[in-house]
Design a protein around this ligand. Structure first.
Ligand code: GLA
Length: 412
């Protein structure tokens, strides 16, 4: 009896050891469990157009504009104040808003935004200072999160300036935990510029993470900062940096290629249509950055195209991949075209045909690049013309103007 008992005891402890070792292996949980941003967040942010020139009057008028322009009806929700609303800390370490620019206080501003049926967003930084040199949240995370919750904040963009040697995963986890402890549902937007590849570690920390440095209001091309440092990125430079990141996005956790420049003046209407369509198909947050009080009808039509927005907000939450690209020289000219495809919940594909070249191009989409068999017939619908183009078998071709897109759904 003694021998089997010994053997049993040895086996028991061996398996116990295996079990404990297994439990000790760190495994990332899949998504942040705050239940928010199950589709990419939609809203407006002050930075791209107004920089540090923010005030309660501006933010209120932008909330008004979001409603009166039809943006709210189209799905935009968050009104987000970026950098420069804060000036100092009081003797107890509480963050102090700029009393000249926000004389009624942040709680009153949040109430105003909420009364319009919208949500209130704010900005801080994981370092000692924000990028514009205002007080950051380092060492004050729990205190700031409570303050935001008391003000009725629904969205926090959290930047990465003046962080020294701080570890990004630690810094963003600390603020995540602080937000959780404040017990108010707050969308958590990581603005770490992709430096430490947040798509690899941030799915259970934030609802979205920036994948690149700042966007500039141009079709293509990097621009040095005024101090000579590198760089902000043109719209297409940012798009190129999204290739390969599609598997990291999903409900509650999105890649963020930065905010929209649509309507800010640096691109043509065609280019803005391309910019908006690319962000939509990339399942990117749709955070407008223009003046909502004075949009031209053309810009309003771009930002409120419900068919394109429906692609962005599709419940499956897949980010488009670049499934085909061609770059060839034709004498002095260049033919540079791409196909992007996003699987949708109903089994259809949203497909974007991008013409990066200086002249019109005909682009053909064989079903094989969409992952469909060739014999399949499918209805193709143009989401900018708002028309079914017909039933096609095997492939579909269309002429795309220079610096523009055609966006369709292909529905078998
Ligand atoms: C960084 C961010 C921008 C903006 C500014 C504010 O550059 O990436 O989006 O928030 O800081 O200072």
């Amino acid at each position: 009896m003694c021998v089997p008992l010994k053997a049993f005891t040895a086996a028991f402890f061996m398996w116990l050891g295996v079990l404990l070792a297994f439990l000790a292996i760190p495994r990332p949980s899949t998504a942040l469990d705050n239940g928010l941003a199950l589709t990419p967040p939609m809203g407006w942010n002050s930075w791209n157009k107004f920089g540090c020139n923010v005030s309660e009057d501006l933010i209120r008028s932008m909330a008004d504009g979001m409603v009166s322009s039809g943006m709210k009806d189209a799905g935009y929700q968050y009104v987000i104040i970026d950098d420069c609303w804060q000036v100092s800390r009081d003797d107890n370490g509480n963050i102090v808003p700029d009393a000249q620019r926000f004389p009624s206080g942040m709680k009153a501003l949040g109430d105003y935004i909420h009364a319009k049926g919208l949500k209130f967003g704010i900005y801080s930084d994981a370092g000692e200072k924000t990028c514009a040199g205002r007080p950051g949240s380092m060492g004050h995370e729990y205190q700031d999160a409570l303050t935001y919750a008391n003000w009725g904040v629904d969205y926090l963009k959290y930047d990465w300036c003046h962080t020294g040697k701080r570890n990004a995963e630690e810094a963003y986890s600390t603020m995540r935990d602080a937000l959780k402890a404040a017990r108010r549902p707050i969308v958590f937007s990581l603005c770490e510029w992709g430096t430490a590849k947040p798509w690899l570690w941030a799915a259970n920390i934030g609802n979205l993470w920036r994948t690149t440095g700042d966007i500039n209001d141009h079709w293509e091309g990097r621009k040095k900062w005024p101090d000579g440092g590198c760089c902000s990125f043109g719209m297409l430079d940012i798009v190129d940096m999204q290739v390969g990141l599609e598997s990291f996005a999903g409900p509650g956790h999105w890649n963020d290629p930065d905010m929209l420049e649509v309507g800010n003046g640096g691109m043509t209407a065609n280019e803005y249509r391309a910019h908006f369509s690319l962000w939509a198909i990339l399942a990117a947050p749709l955070i407008a950055g223009n003046d909502l009080r004075s949009m031209t009808p053309e810009i309003k039509e771009i930002l409120t195209n419900k068919e394109v927005i429906a692609v962005n907000q599709d419940a499956l939450g897949r980010q488009a991949g670049r499934v085909w690209a061609l770059k060839e020289s034709m004498g002095k000219a260049e033919n540079h075209v791409e196909i992007w495809s996003k699987p949708m919940k109903d089994g259809s594909r949203a497909v974007l045909l991008l013409n990066r070249s200086a002249s019109e191009a005909e682009i053909s989409v064989p079903w094989s690049v969409l992952g469909y068999p060739e014999h399949l017939s499918a209805v193709v619908r143009d989401l900018w013309v708002h028309k079914d183009l017909g039933k096609f078998t095997g492939k579909f071709s269309v002429k795309v103007p220079s610096h523009d897109v055609v966006v369709v759904t292909v529905r078998p």
